[in-house]
Ligand binder design. Sequence first.
Ligand code: ZN
Length: 394
Amino acid sequence: MSALVPPLLPPPDADELIGLSNRFGSDPMFVRAGGGNSSVKVDGVLWIKPSGVPLATLAADDLVPLDRARLLALLEQDAATPPGEGDPVMAIAAAARLAEAHGRRPSVELLFHALLPQRLVLHTHPVLVNAVTCNSDGPALAERVFGDRAVWVPYTDPGLPLARAILDARRAHEARTGLVAPPVTLLGNHGLIVGGETAAEIAAQTAWLVSAIEAEIHARPAGELIGAAVASPIAPLDQAFMSAIASGLGPRAVVFDPHPLASSFAGTGPGRAFMADGPLIPDQIVYTGSWPLVLDIEALAAERPAELAAARVAEFEAERGVAPIVTVVPGLGLFATGASERQAETARDVYLDMLRVGEAALRLGAVRHLTETERMFIESWEAEAYRKQVAATG
Ligand SMILES: [Zn+2]
């Protein structure tokens, strides 16, 4: 194990990265909580956001410096070696780390930051972009809307496998088109990566991408996805009824949101199928659990809501092995629970995003959910558990 050199000072170039990161990190249409990451390359050093630190509050001295050449060499070698015990990305990061960074780990997505040629790289999980990446016709849709201006990478387990899939997709794109691969990468069931020599370039590419998708979505009518799918027997925001449900959901912090996506879309046939078919992206699993509990408002209104909610929570736990984090009551709204109110709010926000993505993806075609294998990998991934823990405590 090599000795660590004394801490490096963040480069002056970091300011441009920090501005970009804070701007996109503060926009909920791009990231939630600790999601997303960013980096800048300076003189062979990759300065990257640590895991668990939000883009919104990223500061220059949070950045973790890594030896880029070493990361690239490790990326190319041992392609056939299956991951053993522990996370191979963390071993690679430890080998390439140039300084202690307040005990922070670099982002688990560090390898794709290293391999992309642009000076600045921003990776986010945008709602609108995920309407395309979480589509079963995603590659064809991306081809039609973006042409050769984006590289499509099918869903791949995070870390080393994802970095290698991105490398392969860029090489295939270059072989097919005879052109240098574009700075925009679409990650199936995950999100977006945009590289650029300047922050302005990244912002411009992102704005073009988002407006192209917006135009595509707005050209399709919502049809059966909206409307009064569930006639509510309860006056909106009946406090006693809501409190009773909340108390049935357990002793944790509970927040409620009457958002139309939860009260209306979730009650439609496509909305119910969407919730039952499992998670869309890794962030959903991390922050909301893989499935919501869905409660029937008629049944809640006809019985004792607290007892009924508690019984359904117990059934859910027996079936899934975990307690529900999000509970959707079509016709009423969405409840989210957490160890703290902030954690419950994050779960609520992330699940509402998933309903937004689902509704938009259904307008564009059909939803592609994560497969069982993909879902189970994330559920048990040590690095995600670490990110969750840092996000909750940091
Ligand atoms: Zn990501």
